[in-house]
Design a protein around this ligand. Structure first.
Ligand code: HEC
Length: 275
C-alpha cells in the first residue's frame, strides 16, 4: 500500500521539470496520482473525454453532438481509402499486423532498428513509399480520414505502450518537451494541462494531460475538419506565441510517445469530436 508520505512525494515529483531521473513506470505512477488527487471525484478513465470529463453542462452538450458524430463521414472516407489498392496491387492492409484492423493503440512504438519513434501516420506513409506511392500530406484530409477509420476499428483497445531500453532517449526527449517553457507567454504544456488542469483559459476548461492521446484524430468545430494530434500540438504551441513544428517532426513524435505512454491502462476512444 502507498503511504501518504510517499504519495505526496509523487505529487511533488510530477510538477518538477524532468531533471530527476525517474523511470517511465515511476513517471506514470506520479502522473496518475497527481490527477487522482486534483480530481478526486473523477475516474481516471473519464479523462479520455478531455474537458468534457470536467464540466457537466459542456458534457451534456457534447453528448448531444455525438448523436450525429461529425467524424462519421471521415471514417467512411478513410475506409474507402484504406481499401483502395496501390498501383502494385497491394494495399495498406499488407503493411500491418491483423491487416491493419484494431491496431491503432499499438502506436506510437519505438522502432529499434530505425532507432526512432514511429507513429501510425508515419507508418502509413512508409507503407505507401514501400509500394511506390507518394507520401500523403500530414496536414491533409486523406491521412486524417485514414486515421479516423483505423481509430474506429480500434475502439475499446487498451493502451500498453512499451519503452524499451533503446527508446528511453526518445521518451525522455518527449517528456522534456512537455515540461519545457516556450513562446512569449513562457508556458509549458504542463503549465496549462497539469498545474492549471481544470482551470479556465478564456471560455475553455483546461483538460488533463492524462487521456490526451486516447481519442485522435478529432473533428474540431473550430477547424471544420478532422485533424491529428500533431495539428493540436501546433495549435497549443502557437497559442503561447511559440513556433509550431512540422507535423511528424522527431520532436512531436517523441512528445506523442511520452503522452501516449501516460495513457497506458486507458482505452482508445477515437475518433472524437471537440469544439
Ligand atoms: C496556454 C495554455 C496551453 C498550453 C501551454 C498548452 N495547451 Fe493544450 N490546450 C489548451 C486549451 C485551451 C485547449 C482546449 C481545451 C482543452 O481541451 O484543454 C487545449 C487542448 C489540448 C489538447 C486536446 C484535448 C482534447 O481533449 O482533445 C491536447 C492534446 C493538448 N492541448 C496538448 C498540449 C500539449 C502537448 C502542449 C504542449 C506542447 C499544450 N497542449 C500546451 C491550452 C494550452
Amino acid at each position: 500500500m502507498r503511504t501518504p508520505c510517499k504519495r505526496s512525494l509523487l505529487l511533488v515529483a510530477v510538477l518538477l521539470p524532468p531533471f530527476a531521473l525517474a523511470s517511465p513506470e515511476e513517471d506514470l505512477a506520479a502522473f496518475r496520482a497527481f490527477y487522482e488527487s486534483r480530481f478526486p471525484d473523477i475516474e481516471l478513465a473519464d479523462h479520455a473525454d478531455g474537458a468534457y470529463a470536467l464540466d457537466e453542462a459542456k458534457r451534456a452538450q457534447w453528448l448531444e453532438m455525438e448523436d450525429f458524430p461529425p467524424y462519421e463521414f471521415a471514417v467512411d472516407e478513410g475506409e474507402a481509402l484504406f481499401e483502395m489498392p496501390f498501383a502494385d496491387g497491394e494495399s495498406y492492409a499488407s503493411c500491418f499486423q491483423n491487416e491493419g484492423q484494431g491496431i491503432k493503440h499499438l502506436y506510437p512504438l519505438f522502432d529499434e532498428v530505425a532507432g526512432e519513434v514511429v507513429t501510425l501516420e508515419l507508418a502509413l506513409n512508409r507503407c505507401r513509399e514501400a509500394h511506390g506511392e507518394a507520401p500523403l500530406d500530414y496536414e491533409g484530409e486523406e491521412i486524417a480520414a485514414l486515421m479516423a477509420y483505423m481509430a474506429y476499428t480500434s475502439r475499446g483497445q487498451t493502451y500498453d505502450i512499451k519503452v524499451p531500453e533503446a527508446g528511453l532517449g526518445a521518451y525522455e526527449a518527449g517528456k522534456q518537451f512537455f515540461y519545457e517553457r516556450r513562446g512569449q507567454l513562457n508556458f509549458a504544456c504542463s503549465s496549462c494541462h497539469l498545474q492549471s488542469g481544470g482551470g479556465m483559459l478564456r471560455a475553455e476548461i483546461l483538460s488533463a494531460s492524462v487521456g490526451h492521446a486516447t481519442h485522435w484524430p478529432t473533428y474540431r468545430f473550430k477547424w471544420e475538419r478532422v485533424g491529428t494530434l500533431h495539428d493540436r500540438f501546433i495549435e497549443c504551441n502557437e497559442q503561447v506565441g511559440a513556433q509550431g513544428l512540422a507535423p511528424q517532426s522527431a520532436s512531436y513524435r517523441n512528445l506523442e510517445y511520452f503522452l501516449t505512454y501516460m495513457n497506458n491502462g486507458m482505452v482508445l476512444n477515437g475518433p472524437a469530436s471537440r469544439k
